[in-house]
Design a protein around this ligand. Structure first.
Ligand code: XMP
Length: 508
């Protein structure tokens, strides 16, 4: 394991991901993690992240004592480097010139294993206000930029970088991290999806024993992968409950059941609760009220089903690593991040089950790789996120069967055209929103008066920020004409060009 110590950099997760992309398992820990925690991870190397603090501020995070005591190879990035310098007897000061953006690194020692196979001059990405101005004893400089003479330093065991190798703007960042892992720390690239699957199956067997596990299946990639993995470990003692709330996309229930029940043979109880959800939504206009009622209805249906199954010990959830990190670092306050959590499954926190979260150390792209390895088809593995309250939050105003039918048909057209254009994967989410606005149109010689539909498509890394997708005009054109021609209730289609922030991805 590579232990990534998080000093609050916006890039800490990225560091962990980069290491995993090189097939080495990495684990993010807060800067105040104890050696007890760290040693249980079987550490083979340490990476110190950057961070927003200055080492000479009174409350700045300190270098954990175990970092030097453990004798592990260390890669110290930005603030990490400054900490090392500061704690080991060097000096750090506010830089004369703050450096943000690209810089040219001159390699001073081409024989260093860190630069093995890399050019003497390379583009790196800087983002720092402080600089190391004198080195601790035993350190020497092996790379510099004009503004940062001590850009890369080492004492043979610890390597410090003033720039950020984890961001793509550092041209050889991946190679530098790779050299550190393999040539310096001597690690092996053994962290693969199949390795993870084998390990998890064993861990799930050990944890669950002969008990039963229940899981709410949504058809999204996370719950599908989690369920498939658990099923491999304990077979039909995993019972999946798939609630059709009547707010799903066209053919969604059929597709999910087709794969997970018919191909993967998961033990699935399918509940069509459309009528219950729609009556709960009757007359409701307010988006938060819609969410609340859908959530409550879901819990009731889920509990009713669960109670039919006898003694159940575990509830499986498709929680991912970013959520785990997010809740952990929320307390340490090193990072100045703000995140609203959407309760994806809508399950209450006071359920009597123990949680089984086999994906809680994976990033999204790793979940996809695992899903592929488990034999799940692309349309599950690359499925766009879909909100728990479903189409209900894509109908502005009251949800009625008629409006659901309209938005569902429009949504299917958006999806088909995006797929046809080969853009499905590069887009984060794409969908139609039905507004209560009526506008005038003309068809043949007749005046029409129908709904205004908005098309929303965004690109995003994590749904925290999003850009409206630059869909080619021809694709927008076919979406627009198909909707107006095929969905007669609609007379006008507009494209949403709002970024997030300030807009949200969903309209409600
Ligand atoms: P917003 O609209 O806040 O959405 O930009 C961010 C991401 O969350 C999804 N979303 C939800 N997911 N329950 C969910 O499970 C919800 O109530 C909900 N609201 C939004 C949204 O689709 C996007 O991926």
């Amino acid at each position: 394991t590579v232990v990534v110590v998080d000093f609050g950099s916006q890039y800490s997760q990225l560091i962990a991901r980069r290491v995993r992309e090189l097939r080495v398992y990495s684990h993010l820990v807060p800067y105040d993690a104890t050696w007890e925690t760290v040693s249980s991870l079987n550490p083979g190397a340490v990476i110190l992240s950057g961070g927003p603090s200055s080492v000479y501020e009174p409350n700045a995070p300190r270098l954990p004592k175990w970092v030097l005591d453990s004798g592990l190879p260390v890669l110290a990035i930005c603030y990490g480097l400054q900490l090392i310098a500061h704690e080991m007897g060097g000096q750090v000061a506010p830089a004369n010139v703050k450096e943000y953006g690209p810089a040219e690194l001159q390699v001073e020692d081409e024989s260093s294993p860190l630069f093995d196979g890399l050019p003497k001059s390379q583009r790196v990405w800087m983002s720092h206000g402080d600089s190391v101005i004198s080195l601790p004893e035993g350190f020497w400089c092996i790379g510099s930029t004009v503004a940062s003479p001590y850009s890369v330093v080492t004492n043979g065991k610890i390597y410090g970088l003033q720039f950020h190798p984890e961001v793509v703007h550092t041209h050889y960042g991946r190679e530098i991290i790779s050299n550190f892992l393999f040539k310096i720390a001597g690690l092996e690239p053994v962290w693969t999806p199949s390795h993870f699957i084998e390990e998890s199956i064993q861990r799930i067997k050990d944890e669950v024993g002969q008990a039963k596990v229940i899981c709410a299946l949504s058809g999204g990639v996370d719950s599908s992968v989690a369920a498939t993995l658990i099923h491999k470990a304990i077979g039909d003692r995993l019972v999946c409950i798939f609630v059709n709330n009547g707010l799903l996309r066209l053919n969604e229930a059929e597709e999910v059941l087709g794969v997970l029940r018919d191909q993967q043979h998961l033990n699935i109880r399918y509940v069509d609760a459309t009528d219950r959800f729609l009556s709960a939504l009757h007359g409701v206009m307010d988006p938060e009220e819609k969410r609340k009622r859908i959530g409550e209805c879901f819990i009731r249906v889920f509990e009713e089903e669960a109670s039919k199954l006898g003694e159940i010990e575990f509830l499986a959830q498709g929680t991912l690593y970013p959520d785990v990190i997010e809740s952990a670092t929320a307390d340490t306050k090193a990072a100045a991040k703000i995140k609203t959590h959407h309760n994806v499954g809508g399950l209450p926190p006071d359920l009597k089950f123990k949680l089984l979260e086999p994906l809680k150390y994976l990033f999204k792209d790793e979940v996809r790789e695992v899903g592929k390895n488990l034999g799940l088809p692309d349309h599950i593995v690359y499925r766009h996120p879909f909100p728990g309250p479903g189409l209900a939050v894509r109908i502005i105003g009251e949800v009625t069967p008629e409006r659901l039918d309209i938005v569902r048909r429009c949504d299917a057209i958006v999806r088909q055209e995006i797929e046809k254009a080969g853009m499905y994967r590069e887009i984060w989410q794409a969908f139609a929103v039905l507004t209560p606005i009526r506008t005038v149109g003309v068809m043949g010689d007749a005046r029409t008066y129908g709904y205004l539909v908005a098309v929303r498509a965004v690109t995003s890394e994590d749904a925290m920020t999003a850009h409206w997708a630059r869909i080619p005009h021809e694709v927008l054109d076919s979406i627009g004409s198909r909707i107006v021609n095929e969905v007669h209730e609609v007379t006008r289609v507009v494209y949403d060009i709002t970024n997030k922030p300030p807009g949200t991805i969903e309209w409600e």
